[in-house]
Ligand binder design. Structure first.
Ligand code: ATP
Ligand code: MG
Length: 568
């Protein structure tokens, strides 16, 4: 992992803000945050960043961070997403004891809305949605006031009650805040607070026929819970005056249970070569480009988990990149550096041959019964951690090596096995190539070598050197497996930059599945979901559900330094 010389130490302006608030005793020195997902999809790495910011701030300052489901839209939400989100949070390192739900506040929100109506600060508008949105105007385009804007509060109150009672069908009257139809911020041009939805809600069933909008639900939910710092992404910047307007009015007219919360926006996380938008992720799944929400090529938390990304590495990455108010895109190679560094420290080394080619040691001894001798070679499990010890790997006269580790006609600077060349078989012996056999299809099908019994353990007593060390698996002991190799899902750094459609930049060959891969026997015991290092090949995650399916997490070479050099 390269150091952060070119990368300024993580600035986190939100943390600075919380510290300053603490010094001023704003909120009585309390810190309370929340992570507010809408349960309408699975979490991706962008959500992961928000989660980490919210939970780590609360932890650092001895506060509270709640998971609150922003479940105000019954059409798209579902309990399966609720469960998955709770599960993903626990995996990332933030187990939740009690989840909160905006839907638990529907009654309070309704009462506060009534207060606004009573004070002439909200009204029921019976115009259709198209008219309302046309009347909103735009920048430099005046808004047009609804003919219902000045109806008496009593009339709005009665209509509002009838809306709640289910007298109207979808698309019927809405409740709007009465703010300013000429405001330069469109969010304040009499925003909608409630709309009719005759749908089953996953928690409140058919109790409610009206549902609050995001803006009406969000700040008020924060206030009910006692949130101090309400953190969200930059696109909500223009919503902040509305967030404040609602809370100011409620505080003045009805009082708030806690200090008034404050919204602060930070830049979304974006990564090169991928997309972090629920809508685009859904499109990838619906179009059959990937297998599902946990496809290892997706930046969903489920995908990263299945791919073998350690949650600690993801959190370290977030800490490293910091929190700012400037939108930018981080290199996926940087995230991979953190993944690789952590995996290097914790994974067991194993040998696996992905594209096997048979090697026969022509001078290998046989025992009294005429069977080839089997030796047990002692190999280190993890050179980074002595406590992981060693294991025995069976070695005998017939082995698998990688096809690319043999060249019948070697190009210049090819130091692996080729006719006449001596190489080391990792932890075993030096072998010298004496010949090879060509199959009917013209490909090499078998390589013949002799071994030097004096080089046991992979070292020559006469001190002679070889230029290459190769991994191997005994054919008689090999375990067959399937290994999936992954490339970037999108070839372009910024998917869609050229054409406007990210899908134009999809790499059709982002996954290559190899079957008949040959593993050393110990790999059959790898716990499901665990990551191991296949020597010389990279880190591979055992699938969480399918034994003997491995996913390449990352290769061994760090590409981050190169990327930085290239970009100057
Ligand atoms: P998407 O845009 O992917 O559909 P969303 O914002 O609609 O995501 P929510 O469930 O509403 O999804 O998001 C929950 C929280 O996660 C919000 O506070 C949101 O600001 C934050 N969040 C979403 N995407 C990112 C991102 N890429 N980087 C940082 N935070 C994010
Ligand atoms: Mg959202």
């Amino acid at each position: 992992m390269s150091t952060n010389d070119d990368h300024p130490a993580a600035a986190n302006f939100v943390r600075d803000l919380v510290i300053a608030d603490g010094e001023r005793q704003t909120f009585g020195g309390r810190v309370q945050t929340r992570f507010p997902p809408e349960p309408n999809g699975y979490l991706h790495i962008g959500h992961g960043k928000a989660i980490t910011i919210d939970f780590e701030l609360a932890r650092e300052f001895g506060g509270i961070c709640n998971l609150r489901f922003d479940d105000t839209n019954p059409d798209t939400e579902d309990t399966s997403y609720v469960d998955a989100i709770i599960d993903d949070l626990a995996w990332l390192g933030y187990p939740i004891e009690t989840a909160l739900y905006a839907s638990d506040y529907f009654e309070q929100l309704y009462r506060w809305a009534q207060v606004l109506v009573e004070h002439g600060l909200a009204y029921v508008d019976e115009q259709d949605g198209e008219t309302i949105s046309a009347q909103r105007g735009g920048y430099g385009k005046p808004g047009i006031e609804s003919p219902h804007r000045d109806r008496p509060p009593a009339e709005s109150l009665e209509l509002f009650a009838r809306m709640r009672d289910g007298e109207f069908s979808d698309g019927g009257p809405v409740l709007r805040a009465k703010i300013d139809m000429q405001h330069e911020n469109m969010q304040l041009r009499d925003p909608i607070m409630y709309r009719i939805r005759n749908a089953e809600h996953h928690r409140t069933g058919s109790d409610w026929k009206i549902y609050p909008t995001y803006d009406w639900a969000h700040g008020q939910s924060d206030a009910i819970e006692g949130v101090t710092h309400s953190l969200c992404t930059l696109e909500f910047d223009s919503h902040r005056p509305l967030y404040d307007w609602y809370l100011d009015r409620i505080r003045e007219l009805d009082g708030l249970p806690f200090d008034q919360p404050r919204q602060t926006e930070f830049a979304r996380l974006e990564l090169t070569h991928t997309v972090t938008s629920k809508r685009k992720l859904l499109q990838l799944i619906d179009d059959g480009i990937v297998d599902g929400w946990d496809d290892p090529r997706l930046p969903t938390l489920r995908g990263l988990r299945r791919r073998g990304y350690p949650p600690e590495a993801i959190r370290e990455f977030f800490e490293f990149i910091g929190v700012s108010r400037t939108n930018s895109r981080n290199e996926i190679e940087l995230l991979e550096s953190f993944v690789r560094r952590r995996l290097n420290a914790i994974t067991q080394r194993r040998m696996a041959v992905l594209r096997p080619l048979k090697v026969v040691i022509t001078n290998w001894p046989t025992d009294e019964s005429g069977a080839p001798v089997v030796e047990q070679m002692e190999l280190t499990n993890n050179p980074e951690n002595d406590a992981d010890g060693t294991r025995l790997v069976p070695f005998t006269g017939e082995l698998w090596i990688e096809q690319e580790d043999f060249a019948a006609d070697p190009p210049p600077k090819y130091y692996r096995l080729s006719p006449g060349r001596e190489v080391r078989l990792r932890g075993a012996y030096f072998v010298t190539c004496t010949g090879f056999e060509i199959g009917d299809d013209g490909n090499v099908v078998e390589v013949h070598v002799t071994y030097d019994p004096a080089t046991t353990g992979g070292n020559a007593p006469d001190g002679r050197k070889v230029k290459s060390t190769m991994h191997w698996v005994s054919t008689a002991h090999a375990v067959d497996a399937t290994v999936a190799l992954y490339e970037r899902l999108f070839t372009a750094e910024v998917p869609g930059e050229a054409t406007g459609d990210a899908m134009d930049d999809l790499d059709p060959a982002s996954r290559e599945v190899l079957s008949g891969c040959k593993l050393e026997p110990a790999l059959a015991d790898t716990p499901l979901g665990e990551v191991v290092q296949f020597e010389r090949l990279g880190y591979f995650a055992h699938d969480p559900a399918m034994p003997l399916l491995f996913h390449r997490t990352v290769g061994l070479r760090d590409e981050w330094a190169n990327i930085q050099k290239r970009k100057g």
